[in-house]
Design a protein around this ligand. Structure first.
Ligand code: IPM
Ligand code: MG
Length: 368
């Protein structure tokens, strides 16, 4: 068997410092569990702009296409705010998603027991929460044409287009149904079929895919605005939520914050299977580059570490090893270790980025 390959793109802001800790975790799996990866590293976002004048070089793009999985930190920062739209750090990430055709973005919203008090909602509303948002990631208003800022009748007009083909809807619906079968067996699809034709088609196609191939999965439909309301009212009613690119962007931030753990949540962006049967894949934390705390050792590395756990699970068929890593994270939280973002009224032991990773490594060792 060939050594599985990982491309690491730390990116900007806190990306490099959290990724440095992930590399230690990767090395631990190599040394202690015999899971050796061929790891390479490259630039994306503002870091790539600074070095090469583009947020993603063609060479990096080719590398990303060739590896078994990409692990990305975060992109963006205030120093890039005035750059032309076409070369902003975010474009590097969007190009990776689009050209790798990573259409299914899995964003778990899990409330860690040790952090239930940390949510803005009551502990009984969020305690034990475990939902999965499947966000369509390669189409919709993020990529639809026409787009731009044009002048009409002597004024500027900003244009973006929401556009979905039925095959784009069907494939992400399949991802959601497949996942649901391995979880609570329920899918709620969210759109705005009351105002948007793309939403009408979305609802029809999701229903058709369900009726044809997944009749055993319980399917419901909800308007996305009502979905936002229900997510804050009683989030535990959901298992898997499937939605489009823009609604998924909003709803996943909302769901992440419900858990009180924005600094804790990973994500996986998956495409079609490659020749070796593994899906094209990119893993990244849900949080951003947090430029205000970058370089101070304050960042929480857990979201990025759990993104590697998702890679173990979804790219490398190492579910048991992913469980091991997730259990180590649960353990350090239960032990009261808290990076700055997790310092609530309940207190805890304040730790730096590196100390959090030290503790996770120690918890992995302790598991034997
Ligand atoms: C996300 C981010 C991105 C998005 C940005 C950085 C382009 O908000 O991954 O949710 O809007 O998709
Ligand atoms: Mg977002």
């Amino acid at each position: 068997m060939t050594t599985p390959s990982l491309l690491i793109l730390p990116g900007d802001g806190i990306g490099p410092e959290v990724m440095a800790e992930v590399r230690r975790i990767i090395d631990w799996f190599g040394a202690k569990r015999g899971l050796v990866f061929e790891v390479s590293e490259d630039l994306v976002g503002g870091a790539a702009w600074d070095a090469h004048g583009t947020p993603l070089t063609d060479a990096t793009m080719s590398k990303a296409q060739a590896v078994d999985a990409v692990l990305l930190g975060a992109v963006g920062g205030p120093q890039y705010d005035d750059l032309d739209f076409s070369v902003k750090p975010e474009r590097g990430l969007l190009r990776l998603r689009k050209e790798m055709d990573l259409y299914a973005n899995l964003r778990p919203a899990v409330c860690f027991d040790a952090l239930a008090d940390f949510s803005s909602l009551k502990p009984e509303v969020v305690g034990g929460l475990d939902i999965m948002i499947v966000r369509e990631l390669t189409s919709g208003v993020y990529f639809g044409e026409p787009r731009g800022i044009v002048t009409e009748n002597n004024e500027r007009v900003g244009i973006n287009t929401q556009r979905y083909t039925e095959s784009e809807i069907a494939r992400v619906a399949r991802s959601a149904f497949e996942l649901a079968r391995r979880r609570g067996n329920r899918v709620c699809s969210m759109e705005k079929a009351n105002v948007m034709e793309s939403g009408v088609l979305w609802r029809q196609v999701v229903q058709e895919v369900h009726d044809a191939d997944y009749p055993d999965v319980e399917l419901s439909h909800m308007y996305a605005d009502a979905g936002a309301m229900q997510l804050t009212r009683w989030p535990k009613q959901f298992d898997v939520i499937v939605t489009d690119n823009l609604f998924g962007d909003l709803l996943s931030d909302l769901a992440a914050m419900l858990t009180g753990s924005l600094g804790m949540l990973p994500s996986a962006s998956l495409g079609a299977p490659m020749a070796n049967g593994r899906p094209k894949a990119l893993y990244e934390p849900v949080h951003g580059s947090a430029p205000d705390i970058a370089g101070q050792g304050k960042a929480n590395p857990i979201a990025c570490i759990l993104s590697f756990a998702m890679a173990l699970r979804y790219s490398f068929d190492q579910g048991a090893e992913a469980d091991r890593l997730e259990a180590a994270v649960q353990q350090v939280l239960a032990d009261g270790l808290r990076t700055a973002d997790l310092m609530g009224p309940a207190g805890g032991t304040p730790v730096s980025t590196a100390q959090m990773a030290d503790a996770i490594l120690a918890a992995l060792d302790a598991q034997g």
